[in-house]
Design a protein around this ligand. Sequence first.
Ligand code: ZN
Length: 343
Amino acid sequence: MKAYLDERQRGHAPKHFMANGALSPNPEVPARVDVLKAGAEAAGCAFASPADHGLGPIAAVHSAEYLTFLRHAHERWSRIEGASEEVIPNIHPLARDGAYPASAVGQAGYHMADTGCPISAETWESVYWSAMSAVEAASAVAGGAPSAYALCRPPGHHAFADVAGGFCFVNNSAVAAQALRRTAARVAILDVDLHHGNGTQGIFYARPDVLTVSIHADPVRFYPFFWGHADERGEGPGLGYNLNLPLPRKSADAPFLEALNAALRRIRAFAPDAIVVALGLDAHESDPFGGLSVTTPGFALVAEAIARLHLPTVIVQEGGYLSEELSTNLTSFLTGFGGAHRQ
Ligand SMILES: [Zn+2]
C-alpha cells in the first residue's frame, strides 16, 4: 500500500495538557511517528513524502480566521509578557456568535476547545505537512490506487472548522474526504478511534454528500463528553447523514465488531464512491487511555470487514498512543485490510 509521511511532521512536540485538572505529559509525542512508521512498514507499506498541495485543501474545510490564528498564534502569544511557552487557553466563550476577540488570549479561547492542543513555534509546520500527507493519500486514491495510508501526526478528528481540540488542529480525515469529493460524488468517513470524531462530525453535520460514522467509547463518561451521542443525526440537508455508535467502557472485540456491522450497513446504503477510515488505534486494550478493549487480532478483523466494502480507501492515522502493542496494532490493521481488499 502507498503510504505518506513528511519528516516535518515531527517538529510539533507538545509538552503538557491538563488531565483531571493535573498538568500531565502530553502523550501525542513525535516518537509516535517512528512506532507507527515501523508498524506500517512491517505491513508492506513503502513511504513517500507528500507534495506541497498548498493551503487550498485545508481551507476547503477550515475557516480563514482559524487558519490565520493557527499560523500566527505562537508568535503573537510570545510577545505577551510572562506568557507560557506554549499557547494554552484559559477562557472560552459560552456562545460562538458574538464578537471576535482581537487579542491572542481571547482568540486562543475562541479557537481551542481544551488544553490538549498546545501551540508551539513548530506546530503549524507539522500540522500543515500532516494535512499534506492526507491530501497526497487522497490524490493517490483519486488517481486510481485502491488504497493509501497517511501517517497523519498530529492527528485531526477533534478539529472542527474553526476549533482545535484533543491533540488535533487541522482535520486530516475531513481534508482527505473533501479532496476526494473532487472526483467522488459521495464520500463516507468511518471513524474507529476510541474517541468520538467530533470535529469531523461538526464539519459535515449539515451536508448529505459526506456520511460521517463514528464508533467510540460512550461520551456520557468519556472525552469529548459533549458530542458523540446516538441522537446526533445531522441537521438540515445533513439530517440522517451522521451515525454515532457509542460503546460501553471496556467493550472488547465482539461488541466493537457488532457496532462495525451496523456502521457498514449504513455505509453500504449510502453507496459512497470512496471511503476515508479515521484510524485511531487507541481502542486497544493496552492503550494508555484505557477506554475500550479491542485486541491486536481484533484490529485485523475490523480492517477485513471494512476492506470487504471494496471501495477506494484512504486510511488516515488518528489516535493511538505509546504502548508495547501500538506498532503491531497498525501492522495488524493494514495487513488485514490489504489481504481482504485484494480479494
Ligand atoms: Zn482517540
